[in-house]
Design a protein around this ligand. Structure first.
Ligand code: THU
Length: 131
């Protein structure tokens, strides 16, 4: 069921701070408890200091005490469904299993679904640093 994620991501997207790109993104993730956590992109005049919507949602989840996500939804006013950037794929993989479905969407109604494993094949993970 992604409709609640879609509604939440669509609503939070409106708060995105994007004076430089004017490209607003909203993200919603579902924690293992069922609670939703939201984020939008927050740009900065020092361009590299901007943060992605997914990063904001993940930070909200962790701040609330959850460390597992079961579903993610990302939406933008793009011509095709917006895919998480490389850094955000790694951030999502930190808290989500490979089977977690990420729905990528446009405000026009298009949707595409991929798992985290598909988005980040060969992911660097905790197993790599196990001694
Ligand atoms: N952006 C996100 O917030 N999430 C994505 O999945 C793709 C890109 C943001 C970063 C920047 O503020 C703007 O979109 C343009 O790259």
């Amino acid at each position: 069921m992604t409709q609640d994620l879609r509604d939440a991501a669509t609503a939070v997207r409106k708060n995105a701070h994007t004076p430089y790109s004017n490209f607003k993104v909203g993200a919603a993730i579902r924690g293992a408890s069922g609670a939703l956590y939201l984020g939008c992109n927050v740009e900065n005049v020092a361009y590299p200091e901007g943060t992605c919507a997914e990063a904001g949602a993940i930070a909200a989840m962790v701040a609330a005490g959850e460390t597992k996500l079961t579903e993610a939804y990302v939406i933008a006013g793009s011509p095709m469904p917006v895919t998480p950037c490389g850094g955000c794929r790694q951030k999502l993989a930190e808290f989500g299993a490979g089977e977690v479905v990420v729905t990528m969407a446009t405000t026009g109604g298009a949707e595409q679904q991929m798992t985290l494993a598909e988005l980040l094949p060969g992911a660097f993970g905790a197993a790599h640093i196990a001694g």
